[in-house]
Design a binder for this molecule. Structure first.
Ligand code: FES
Length: 69
């Protein structure tokens, strides 16, 4: 992640209902989280009002992107 991407990720939402930024999710994946459950455990996302639907899709997309990078 370059510095511009990092700044944007620090501003963008990761889990809207808990106020957790996208940057935390990206960091968890960089630190080895390989499933939604692992990302949720490391960041606190999930279990909010979206019932893991919104953040689950986001994490699935990011994990898939990491596999293809
Ligand atoms: S976006 Fe907050 S629990 Fe899914």
């Amino acid at each position: 992640m370059n510095s511009e991407e990092e700044i944007l990720a620090r501003m963008r939402p990761g889990c809207i209902c808990k106020g957790i930024k996208l940057y935390r999710i990206l960091q968890a994946i960089e630190d080895g989280a390989a499933s939604f459950e692992e990302v949720a455990e490391m960041t606190g996302i999930g279990g909010g009002s979206c019932d893991s639907k919104r953040c689950g899709k986001k994490v699935a997309t990011l994990l898939q992107k990491k596999k293809t990078d």
